[in-house]
Design a protein. Structure first.
Length: 62
């Protein structure tokens, strides 16, 4: 699939919109009929990943 660690992407699969979420190299996915719903979900997951990355950076600086 070629996704880097901690990433979110949307792909059309079998007529559905699939959001792939990769955290620490582990991929999960969620499928939607609506592209708009998939994009909104993906935006929320991207925000969540930013918080995860910020927390990891803060732990490293203690």
């Amino acid at each position: 699939m070629g996704i880097q660690a901690n990433a979110v992407r949307i792909e059309r699969v079998d007529g559905m919109w699939t959001v792939f979420i990769v955290i620490d190299g582990e991929t999960t996915q969620r499928t939607f009929e609506s592209k708009e719903y998939a994009e909104n979900f993906a935006d929320g997951q991207r925000a969540r990943l930013l918080m995860i990355n910020d927390n990891a950076r803060n732990k490293g600086s203690l």
